[in-house]
Design a binder for this molecule. Structure first.
Ligand code: GLY
Ligand code: MN
Ligand code: MN
Length: 435
């Protein structure tokens, strides 16, 4: 992502904030896994969206219209001894020269400097409740200013939800964001193909997971957007099964929901196929039903349609199909009204996707589903899951879990399928797996 893009985002946010305002946004903390080993570090998405700054222990401050500096970055100081072990730090000089800050201070100086900045402002834009330690510090700074009110300082009078503004911006993907998402999707599609080729009776779920992660890393995407879900047979009926520890057997269906993260942008793809590469009649009937639901849902991803239109379309196709197969019994309209399809299709058809796999952005505005607009990116992922023991359902359907998931972005004309490189028809899957 170019420096100019981060700058444009900060500008846009500052324009919305107006004068006499300050925005404060810390990045994610570095978390200890055990003893002195940390979890792999990932910056906070909101923070990274505005800064492109990858290091932990940093906070962004924006003060629109402030003469000395509008964009101030608090970050770690250079430290040769620490850098010998953990690598390069940009320091205060780098914050300005490489990340476009107008001014930068050591993160350890926050308590001294920030109250002086806060007392000049009427409104504080801040994300409350995400970082309890930082929330506490902010209230302490505000109290400090209040306690000095006799000296004429009154300090901020309003705290405004920064996320409300930021998440609306993040909902609409720019050209360079879509480029990153396309690339993440391309890598994930390649990795899914590798898994298809490696899948056969006797292989273990974790070996298929390893195949996926290996290919992503090999292609430069070292992080996953979420833990891969790889389950065969009954395991495919657990929506977020991440144990991935069983042996994959002949005649089962495999479900793999996995997507890499690239430059802090997610991909999210699910495919389901027979472990032995040939659909049985039952597997094919259910699979083609989910595929038809997905097609119907994708056809509804058009500007001007409601967020919920794709889901409604998927529900109609699945309910009708389940009745036809004898898995649901009754009148389609009534089954939909009473949400009986939820026994087998218990989740929604998708979610926003972007820097986070379940990305930010409101789904409703003033109580009504929002309209789809160009630049919004979402997943389309209907599914059918029939665990063993499902009441009134013939045994031949048991232990099949199918979800088909692609990532799409709304365009002026309709939508672009970011994950289109990965085949999903019965014929394509059988031909890849038979090869
Ligand atoms: N991979 C999680 C989801 O599809 O929402
Ligand atoms: Mn998803
Ligand atoms: Mn998924």
């Amino acid at each position: 992502m170019l420096a100019s893009e981060f700058k444009r985002r900060r500008r846009e946010l500052m324009r919305m904030m107006g004068s006499d305002s300050i925005a404060i946004l810390p990045t994610a903390p570095l978390l200890i896994r055990s003893r002195d080993v940390h979890y792999p570090y990932r910056p906070d998405s909101d923070f990274y969206y505005l800064t492109g700054f990858p290091e932990p222990e940093a906070a962004l401050v924006l003060i629109p219209g402030r003469k000395q500096a509008e964009y101030i970055l608090f970050n770690r100081e250079r430290d040769p001894a620490k850098e010998l072990w953990d690598g390069f730090r940009a320091g205060q000089e780098g914050a300005c020269s490489d990340y476009g800050a107008d001014d930068s201070f050591p993160i350890g100086d926050l308590d001294d400097i920030l109250p002086r900045m806060l007392e000049q402002c009427e409104r504080v834009f801040y994300v409350m409740g995400c970082n309890p330690r930082f929330d506490k510090r902010l209230s302490e700074w505000i109290n400090t200013i209040r306690s000095e009110s006799r000296s004429g300082m009154h300090g901020p009078v309003e705290i405004i939800a920064l996320d409300h503004y930021l998440h609306e911006m993040r909902l609409f993907k720019s050209r360079s964001e879509l480029k990153a998402m396309r690339q993440a999707a391309r890598i994930s599609a390649k990795a899914h193909k590798k898994v298809m080729l490696a899948c056969e009776p006797g292989v273990w779920e974790y070996q298929l997971e390893a195949e996926f992660v290996h290919e992503c890393s090999h292609l430069g995407a070292k992080a996953q957007a979420y833990p891969p879900i790889v389950g065969a047979g009954a395991n495919a009926c657990t929506l977020h099964y991440i144990d991935n520890r069983d042996k994959v057997e002949d005649k089962q269906m495999l479900l793999i929901d996995a997507g890499c993260e690239l430059d802090c942008y997610a991909s999210d793809i699910t495919r389901a196929y027979p472990v032995n590469g040939r659909f049985s009649e039952t597997q094919r009937l259910l699979y083609e039903l989910v595929l038809a639901a997905q097609d119907a849902a994708i056809a509804k991803v058009n500007p001007g349609n409601h967020w919920n239109d794709p889901h409604d379309a998927a529900v109609r196709v699945i309910t009708r199909g389940l009745v036809k197969l004898g898995i649901l019994k009754g009148l389609v309209a009534k089954l939909i009204r009473e949400e009986k399809y939820k026994t087998f299709f218990p989740h929604r058809t998708g979610h926003w996707i972007g820097m986070d796999v379940h990305d930010v952005g409101d789904y409703k505005v003033d109580g009504a589903w929002r309209l789809l607009e160009p630049g919004m990116a979402l997943t389309i992922e209907p599914g059918i899951y029939i665990p063993a023991g499902s009441k009134g359902v013939a045994k031949k359907w048991w232990n099949i879990g199918i979800r088909i998931e692609d990532d799409v972005v709304v365009t002026k004309e309709g939508c672009e399928i970011l994950t289109k490189d990965l085949p999903k028809s019965v014929e394509e899957i059988e031909s890849i797996m038979g090869a």
